[in-house]
Design a protein around this ligand. Sequence first.
Ligand code: SAH
Ligand code: SF4
Length: 374
Amino acid sequence: MVPILEHTPAELRDWFVQQGLPGYRAGQVRKWLFQKRAATFDEMTDLATELRKQLSEQFQIWTTHVAQHRQAADGTEKLLLQLHDGEQIECVLLRDDKQHCTVCISTQVGCAMGCAFCATGLDGAIRNLTTGEILEQILQLQRLLGPPGKMGTGPEPSRTGARMTSSGEVPVPILPERLSHVVVMGMGEPLLNLDALLPALAAATSRDGLGISVRRITISTVGLPASIRRLAQANCQYHLAVSLHAAEDALRNELVPANRGFGIAAVLAAADEYFQLTGRRVTFEYVLLAGVNDQAEHARQLTRLLRGRPALVNLIPYNPVPGLPYRTPSPAATAQFVEILTAGGLNVNIRHRKGDRISAACGQLRRGERGTGD
Ligand code: SAH
Ligand code: SF4
């Protein structure tokens, strides 16, 4: 059976035409998959019974199954998905305090980049994910959201927006949770799998797909200059985040071994080109490791390096990974780091830690369930 999510819209249309059916039926099927969250062809009730049967004989919707589902008190949910070949990947649903939801998705089983502080890199890279496997993570996570536009009598004002009337009994519309952002920050190095990633993101952003704005898609990379250029030339307007972690080569070589092949100057030149070609401001991520890269001197180096660039610095206090020697800086050390960058004129964000109790925070994703437990 063919996984239907591996097909481009044009390929799916061709299949319908080959069956002697109108090509627009492909759009109807895609709408069911992406917007109406159908889990089976049988649910696609505006298609003839015979066609639904034909589709289910020819195609499969799901190639993964949920091996584990964990939920944190802050609304973060993490799925461990088992792939058809037995490999496992993780993906995460993050909720903000309104109705907006972000999915964090993986692009590879493991990662070959071997960054010193990252759980994913500990076991190396096994393989790239396919377009369908990347999309399936988004659809599996989307199914965790409340159904679109549901009516209910929510007993309390919940994070999904249920509001009680004064009597507390009259049904009121629950504002639906909406998948609004995608961050490609899960397992793997996305720029080493662009051939599979770009069609998946095209489906996520197209109108008959998930309809997510291109500006709400972030691709996070270890900073591979040639691939950043390729992405810039594709001019798809996604938000690019470059994981920097150090402002001088000796330290970056140690923390991010891939840096030895090209150096920081080449990473920044490629990031500048990304901005020039797309007009999109690049974010630089910086994991703060106590005593390693979080000192005042490091902050000053980073300020000198990035000053004058239309950049945003995203500081990520280290999320502990069992077996690794690093420590999270104290709030005071983090505050001092922020202060130096801000005084130097940089725009700075601190990434709030979400889902760390279920090992769903940045850098805590790995193939098995061996991260920090509850
Ligand atoms: N491979 C890509 C995307 C996945 S990693 C990249 O490196 O950018 C996503 C982010 O999590 C990166 O910025 C990465 O540096 C960060 N990260 C990795 N391990 C971490 C840890 N233990 N604590 C905090 N952030 C971590
Ligand atoms: Fe790979 Fe990113 Fe982890 Fe580095 S931080 S090992 S590039 S997943």
